[in-house]
Design a protein around this ligand. Structure first.
Ligand SMILES: NC(=O)C1=CN([C@@H]2O[C@H](COP(=O)(O)OP(=O)(O)OC[C@H]3O[C@@H](n4cnc5c(N)ncnc54)[C@H](OP(=O)(O)O)[C@@H]3O)[C@@H](O)[C@H]2O)C=CC1
Ligand SMILES: O=C(O)C1=N[C@H](C(=O)O)C[C@H](O)C1
Length: 269
């Protein structure tokens, strides 16, 4: 496993040990976007990654193949991401996916494409920030101890999708942990909610989405039981917070064939 801090550094001893090329050729999809432009900078600055292709809207995706990219990083749009992944898998290019909006059906499609390309890896990272990855794990651990759990995700108003990928993933791990612990439905007497004030329900967990100028990416997971509550909050104030996770994914994906969801396993948590 890479140490998180070292993933900002130039070399990655784990990659060298595994015999992975020390300089990984990387293409960025969505290269001119908010996240893509940060990723272009991070890949260009790291000594063990080489930026070989920048692809944005209306650019030919074939650039990835022509440039010899070993890893593509997708930071595009929920409407585009699945086709991009299919193109990469078909062409034997590993993919690190940051784009949100991939649900269980889409993940199944990716698995089926990968079945025909056993050497290719796809990492889907609902959130690249270390604190966000930890907070999802903390929420998973806490879930079985509380009667109630709800999620409030808060983002900049240019975000296309709701709920966020992070919130959907967090709800999924909470729902699974509750089910494994034999917990039933959460207490909730609501019978009248014509305007959806109780939010979306994802895997049995209510999720509330806030869109507000001034925000970047934030989430609160609220747990409650008799006489106490626990709140797990994470804030990304700057998109630079995502870059160590992007680099970790790039370094790890060539040696992880198949589909990996979440960076937690890469971090050993
Ligand atoms: N996993 C994580 O940690 C994070 C994930 N994200 C996710 O990343 C995605 C991008 O976010 P963000 O950077 O804010 O969005 P932006 O809109 O700023 O950037 C997306 C870019 O991708 C371009 N684009 C759209 N479709 C394609 C395509 N088919 N091929 C190539 N480029 C394309 C867009 O062009 P145009 O605008 O012309 O359509 C735009 O330049 C979102 O899904 C977001 O949720 C964001 C932050 C962190
Ligand atoms: O669109 C964003 O900005 C973000 N998207 C991801 C998500 O949907 O969870 C990750 C992070 O929250 C920022």
């Amino acid at each position: 496993m890479c140490s998180w801090a070292r993933c900002l550094d130039s070399g990655c001893a784990a990659s060298v040990r595994r015999g992975v090329s020390t300089v990984i050729k990387v293409g960025v999809l969505g290269a001119r976007g908010r996240m893509g432009s940060e990723a272009v900078r991070a890949v260009g600055e790291a000594a063990d990654t080489e930026l070989v292709a920048e692809v944005d809207q209306d650019d030919p995706i074939e650039r990835l193949v022509e440039s010899g990219a070993q890893v593509a990083v997708d930071l595009t749009h929920p409407d585009s991401v699945l086709n991009n992944i299919k193109f990469c898998v078909d062409n034997g290019i590993n993919v690190v996916v940051g784009t949100s909006g991939l649900g269980p059906a889409e993940l199944d499609s990716i698995r089926s494409w990968l079945a025909d390309k056993p050497q290719v890896g796809v990492i889907v990272a609902p959130n690249f920030a270390i604190g966000a990855v930890l907070s999802m794990r903390f929420a998973e651990l806490a879930a079985k101890y509380f009667d109630s759990a709800e999620i409030v995700e808060l983002h900049h108003p240019k975000k296309a999708d709701a709920p966020s990928g992070t919130a959907a993933r967090t709800a999924h791990v909470i729902g699974k942990a509750r089910e494994e612990a034999g917990l039933g439905a959460m207490p909730d007497a609501t019978t009248k909610d014509p305007d959806g004030a109780r939010g979306a329900e994802v895997d049995g967990v209510h999720v509330h989405a806030v869109r507000m100028t001034g925000l970047v990416a934030h989430q609160e997971v609220l747990f409650g039981t008799e006489g106490e509550t626990l709140t797990i909050r994470h804030d990304s104030y700057d998109r630079r917070s995502f870059m160590p996770g992007v680099l970790l994914g790039i370094r790890e994906v060539p040696s992880r064939p198949g589909l990996t969801v979440g960076l937690d396993v890469l971090m050993g948590i």
